[in-house]
Design a protein around this ligand. Structure first.
Ligand code: ZN
Ligand code: ZN
Length: 375
């Protein structure tokens, strides 16, 4: 895959952070950390591919010989990372161990497979293992202006799909049929992968992560559409909007207004210098005050970047202070089991200059009100 946003600074900053954190080497197998560090979107396979960033020394990437052409076509060589191929009868873990003289502490990519973690442990005898997020979490959590631009483009791409929902949702179609068309539209409108498609119609909308099923859409249905993909630049989108097929039930209209106010309250509160948990509280208070507190059954949001879910989590107990450049969702929901449910979700980025003062920029900019489609 080409077009990934990369920067040689990320590799050098990560090596520096490792040194400062008393970590001898960062070991990064395919996944979001590797994509973020190098722009190399490798398939996770049983044959080991691993970027090694020593705290002192030059970075290298160990890859199976058959993957080396793909590595050379990626941004890895441009970043000054040496490519070390290994043949089918070589032991890539031994290759890494030989190059890292007895490290005492290594940090492993958070999404590394367990079998690789254990083989690293066996090869790097005595090395304490910790998570790469300890080293690069702080680098990934604050987005650079280029990353914010990439997230803004991802937001615009998914907004275009939401704007087309009238083409896909009609009584008589199943969630699965609608979902297939929505997935195609996610690709057509500027993503290279479809990460998830939630079409929660009627009672299925009361289950926040229901994806699609065989339920047939009916006139009068309330439908939750929560969709996201990844763009060619490697950044994720995630947006939820509500639709009704014809006029919705009155109780939906009642609690939707509460939800809308709650989402607005959280957006108005979020800014650099407030805690993540206070944004959750701002949404939750509105919903609880209206008597729906027991029906808001998840956190208010999650960070987003090269992964759909990453730090900072907008949840009670997370006292982390928001800072300019942090991108996250604000997505309160109200779910009435067996009947229907609703969620409104925007991706936002904290900024010191939201019309001249600290606040957020919304990266999803379509109207948050529910849309009544013809039934
Ligand atoms: Zn979502
Ligand atoms: Zn989300």
């Amino acid at each position: 895959m080409t077009g990934h946003l990369t920067s040689p600074d990320r590799v050098s900053h990560a090596s520096k952070a490792a040194a400062e954190g008393g970590i001898d080497a960062l070991l990064v197998t395919p996944g979001p950390d590797l994509r973020w560090l190098t722009g190399y979107d490798a398939l996770p396979l049983e044959r080991l591919t691993c970027l090694v960033l020593p705290a002192a020394g030059e970075p290298f990437l160990v890859a199976p010989t058959l993957e080396v052409p793909a590595v050379r076509a990626s941004p890895v060589p441009d970043l000054g990372v040496e490519v070390v191929g290994w043949g089918e009868t070589d032991d890539p873990y031994a290759v890494i161990a030989a190059r890292l003289a007895n490290p005492s502490r290594v940090a492993l990519a958070n999404r590394m497979w367990a079998e690789q973690v254990l083989r690293m442990r066996a090869a790097l005898v005595g090395a304490e293992q910790t998570l790469a997020s300890e080293v690069i979490g702080d680098l990934r959590i604050r987005k650079s202006p280029e990353e914010v631009d990439a997230l803004r483009r991802a937001g615009q791409a998914i907004d275009r799909v939401q704007a087309r929902m009238g083409e896909f949702l009609r009584p008589g179609r199943t969630e699965r049929e609608a979902g297939r068309d929505i997935a195609r539209a996610i690709l057509d409108e500027g993503h290279v992968t479809v990460d998830f498609v939630i079409v929660g119609s009627g009672p299925n909308g009361a289950s926040p992560h229901h994806e699609v099923g065989d339920r047939v859409l009916e006139s009068g249905d309330v439908v939750v559409i929560d969709i996201g993909g990844t763009t060619a630049e490697g950044y994720c989108s995630d947006c939820t909007r509500m639709y009704t097929l014809g006029e919705p039930p009155p109780e939906f209209v009642d609690y939707f207004r509460v939800l809308h106010d709650a989402q607005l309250a959280a957006c108005a509160h979020a800014r650099p210098g407030v805690t993540a948990e206070s944004v959750d509280a701002a949404a939750r208070r509105v919903i609880a005050d209206a008597g729906y507190g027991a029906h808001f059954i998840h956190r208010t949001g999650h960070g987003i970047g090269v992964e759909t879910h990453e730090e900072p989590y907008i949840v009670e107990g997370n006292g982390r202070m928001l800072e300019a450049g942090m991108a996250f969702s604000i997505e309160p929901g109200i779910y009435l089991a067996g009947r229907h449910g609703a969620r409104i979700e925007d991706i936002v980025v904290a900024t010191d200059n939201a019309d001249g003062r600290p606040g957020i920029e919304r990266l999803n900019t379509t109207d948050r009100d529910y849309v009544v489609l013809e039934d």
